[in-house]
Design a protein around this ligand. Structure first.
Ligand SMILES: Nc1ncnc2c1ncn2[C@@H]1O[C@H](COP(=O)(O)OP(=O)(O)O)[C@@H](O)[C@H]1O
Ligand SMILES: [Mg+2]
Length: 408
């Protein structure tokens, strides 16, 4: 069908033509905005899930909801080995400006923010290397600039939350790839969010990250489970996956046969990234509406090779030879019948794609400790995660199958 009218949108952070299956989250967030606006206590939110399930686009949608309420918002994408102070300063600068509070009060808060931001420069940073935050007000020295992230964040967020409260609004910071924050920043952020919520100030954090993020947070602060509401973002159920395909098609006067929808769900398993990729491919393959199961059969290998380059390959390429060996061993363990590992006391729970690290080591004929460097590096690169001691899982859905196709 006409490629110009192809509605589907595969790609990280690409807004889907239809945000299917997330109504519950959108409604819960509306309730939270209203409650916080009325000074009611609310927990911050953390969205967790595998790569490609739609965390980033959901985060962006929640942000639009907050903006529609007149809230100040900012967004940070955490990166490994990068301190939070500088990107958070930029995000909060935007949030404060969006509040459009009276100039005199805003000026004070921006002065504190500037002082927080300038602390990014170390005492020995050369003048010409100093980062200038581009905040056009005098610095309020002595506030939020101790250099201790936790103290500074509390002081800054109290002031920003106070300003938002004064104008009857709120501030929300959206933190993507939250698992990549340093331990120090995670701990400071939890402590600050804790203080702010106890003070009843209208400030919330909305985080998103890989499935082990709750474990990272509770390792940092024991009270994090009371601080955050964890929402698992998962693959779409059959109905939602169908709607993600049919609603955008209908806008373009096209349809899918029921058999085509069966075949699509079998191929995508409801993973949003795959829904978009297969949807896009089958649209281009089909010569006319309705799209049939035969069209899907032709599209599947084409979509798979697209994914092999863009979704899987781009990540696989980041791994060193030793890390690739580890990944392939994980894929082989996953492909073993479940009771093959049970004999060695290494049983895998049903429906759980985490494999015992001991089974990976056994398959490679190596001592588990000797594989720790490869495993830790893969975790840092975001290719695998460990939500539970002694177990490891791919952060990318169907990654094991992709690796086995490569070998085969
Ligand atoms: N609810 C949804 N319905 C349909 N498509 C979606 C949905 N959520 C995400 N997508 C699509 O899935 C892909 C991945 O989304 P993204 O937010 O980048 O995932 P993540 O941040 O979890 O890796 C994008 O192409 C996006 O358009
Ligand atoms: Mg994302």
């Amino acid at each position: 069908m006409d490629p110009v009218r192809n509605p589907y949108a595969p790609g990280a952070g690409q807004r889907p033509p239809e945000l299917a299956g997330r109504d519950g989250e959108l409604e819960a967030f509306e309730v939270m905005l209203t409650r916080v606006g009325r000074g009611r206590p609310e927990r911050s939110i953390v969205l967790t899930g595998l790569r490609g399930v739609g965390k980033t686009v959901l985060l962006n949608t929640l942000r639009s909801q907050a903006v529609r309420r007149g809230w100040g918002t900012g967004k940070v994408e955490a990166r490994p080995d990068q301190s939070l102070r500088r990107p958070l300063s930029a995000a909060l600068h935007l949030a404060v400006r969006e509040l459009s509070a009276p100039a005199s009060e805003t000026e004070h808060v921006l002065g504190v923010l500037k002082s927080f931001a300038l602390r990014h420069n170390q005492a020995d940073t050369k003048v010409r290397d100093r980062w200038q935050p581009g905040i056009d007000v005098p610095v309020v020295a002595g506030r939020a600039d101790s250099g201790d992230m936790e103290i500074d964040l509390v002081e800054l967020l109290v002031d920003i939350g106070g300003l938002a409260g004064d104008c009857g609004k709120g501030v929300a910071v959206f933190l993507d790839e939250m698992q990549d924050l340093s331990a120090e920043d995670v701990s400071a952020l939890c402590a600050a969010a804790h203080e702010i919520s106890q003070a009843g100030l209208p400030f919330v954090v909305v985080g998103a990250g890989l499935p082990h993020l709750p474990a990272v947070l509770s390792a940092s602060k024991s009270y994090s489970e009371r601080l955050f509401r964890y929402a698992r973002i998962d693959r779409l159920d059959r109905e939602a996956a169908d709607r993600a395909l049919t609603a955008p098609a209908k806008e373009e006067d096209a349809e899918f046969t029921p058999d085509a929808l069966d075949a699509m769900y079998e191929a995508t398993a409801g993973y949003p990234y795959f829904v978009q990729e297969y949807g896009k491919t089958v649209w281009d393959v089909a010569t006319r509406s309705p799209v049939t199961a035969d069209d899907v059969r032709v599209a599947v290998p084409i979509a798979q090779s697209e994914l092999a380059v863009g979704f899987f390959g781009s990540r696989y390429e980041r791994a060193t030879p030793a890390e690739r060996e580890y990944l392939r061993a994980m894929a082989d363990v996953l492909a073993q019948p479940r009771d093959a590992t049970a004999d060695e006391g290494l049983a895998r729970a049903d429906g759980d794609d985490a494999v015992p690290t001991a089974a990976v080591a056994a398959l490679l004929g190596r001592k588990p400790q000797s594989l720790s460097p490869a495993r830790d590096a893969l975790i840092k690169k975001g290719l695998v995660y460990s939500a539970e001691r002694g177990r490891i899982a791919f952060s990318v859905p169907h990654f094991g199958r992709y690796l086995r196709r490569q070998d085969g």
